[in-house]
Ligand binder design. Structure first.
Ligand code: NIG
Ligand code: FE
Length: 428
């Protein structure tokens, strides 16, 4: 049984190898096609061809989008999209999904000019979420995570990276990764890429030195034995983990088979960009204060820069100059950084920020939310994702519009009428 989508309006297929940077990000001719159709078999795209030719080969439409997932049949299902635009499933390559508690009272502290580290020293911040997360049951954490993943899926996210980091002891860090893995086994939710972020902050019961030693000697070996995390991440920032500690933890993680990601230069230029380049991490994120020379080194080392525009939004700060990144040919992506301090799960909302507030081209924001981040967070099936081409996973979003640009002009509710997730259609 195949699903054949015909009469697609503009198809933002974004196909090709590797990440896109520079002027390539806005090259409409090579990234968007017209009058196309798509054939899906199982979870995979098997053909992208002219719509008319597909109708000739398979026949005229015999079903509707709404009945696509309802009718079980062994026959090919042919559906007309009536000119609606299609874009790839969105890829959220940086998110903190599993935690409990509420930090909304911090909004007034922020408004009163308290900095992120002042809020932490007032009993707010990461450690306050850790205390609330440690006492939550696995079932509670699972339900919280599920609700968040459902919201992300409504907004077109088909794959999401999920970091631990609100346990800060071995037992809870293992538990958070287990919840993350259990969520990734659910049908109808985005697939997941699990990351260990034990080096997120220092828990109250340990000194900095004691905690770092326990990360190296106890937590990392336990995480490796558990085998759920694919990568290690470190909050490498003055006041949190130093460059030396970060390098030591990254080296030990790599020698244990883990891939590497980083939080760098969120508040100041702390040298994280140079380290990210030297260690050739997959993605170095935040990076708002990284200097130009370090950015160039990251680019030469093949490191993706993961901008997290929701964080400055939630903190009342300014965004980096994204168009400069395009002019400087930097390889970059955007992600939500969903966390208790920044509760944004919608990539279309972020894209509207970039387009309407930062002057970024809608096609560039699309590539930086799909094909580019997908390279740093591989799909568990082993198939490529973040683009619509033969052989890639059948993850795509159908817009409620004949214009592909509408993906970033509807920040308050989903711009999609439905999403195909691994070959199965869900309406929104
Ligand atoms: O990426 N900056 C470090 N970690 C998270 C925030 C964590 C929190 O405030 O709970 C981030 O923004
Ligand atoms: Fe983060």
């Amino acid at each position: 049984m195949r699903t054949i989508l015909v009469d697609i309006g503009p198809l933002a297929h974004l196909s090709g190898e590797g990440p896109i940077s520079g002027q390539g990000l806005i090259d409409e001719d090579s990234l968007i096609a017209h009058e196309k159709g798509i054939v899906i078999e199982g979870n995979k795209i098997v053909t992208v061809d002219n719509s008319e030719d597909l109708v000739e080969e398979y026949g005229v439409p015999n079903t509707t989008l709404n009945s696509l997932s309802k009718i079980k049949s062994s026959e090919n299902k042919i559906v007309s999209l009536e000119g609606r635009s299609v874009i790839p499933g969105l890829v959220d390559s940086h998110a903190h999904i599993i935690w409990a508690g509420d930090r909304s009272r911090e909004i007034r502290w922020k408004q009163n000019g308290k900095s992120y580290s002042e809020i932490a020293s007032m009993g707010g911040g990461i450690v306050s979420t850790v205390n609330q997360t440690r006492t939550a049951s696995e079932e509670e954490l699972f339900q919280l995570g599920k609700t968040r993943l459902e919201a992300a899926f409504q907004s077109g996210t088909t794959h999401i990276e999920s970091k631990s980091g609100y346990g800060l002891n071995t037992d809870t860090e293992l538990r958070l990764l287990e919840v993350s893995r259990n969520l990734s086994l659910c049908d109808g939710l985005p697939s997941m890429d699990h990351t260990w972020l034990g080096a997120h902050a220092i828990p109250e019961e340990k000194s900095h030195k004691e905690y770092f030693q326990s990360l190296m000697s106890e937590q990392l070996p336990a995480i490796c034995e558990q085998g759920i995390a694919r990568s290690t991440d470190v909050f490498c920032e003055p006041g949190w983990f130093t460059l030396e500690e970060t390098e030591e933890l990254l080296r030990e993680s790599r020698s244990n088979g883990l891939d590497l990601r980083l939080h760098i230069d969120e508040f100041v230029d702390g040298g994280g960009g140079e380290l990210a380049a030297e260690m050739k991490v997959e993605s170095a994120d935040h990076a708002h204060h990284t200097n130009d020379e370090a950015r160039a080194k990251m680019k030469d080392a093949g490191v993706n820069t993961g901008f997290l525009p929701g964080t400055p939004y939630s903190m009342g700060e300014q965004w980096p100059n994204f168009n400069k990144m395009i002019n400087d040919d930097i390889v970059w992506s955007i992600a939500t950084d969903f966390n208790p301090n920044n509760q944004i799960l919608s990539i279309p909302f972020l894209s509207s920020l970039l387009v309407s507030r930062c002057g970024v081209d809608p096609l560039a924001t699309l590539v930086c939310s799909t094909r580019n981040p997908a390279i740093t967070t591989p799909h568990p099936s082993g198939l490529e994702h973040g683009k619509i081409e033969v052989g890639s996973i059948a993850n795509l979003n159908i817009l409620d519009s004949k214009n592909w640009e509408s993906w970033c002009t509807r920040p308050s509710h989903s711009p999609f009428i439905g999403t195909m997730l691994e070959g199965k259609y869900y309406s929104h």
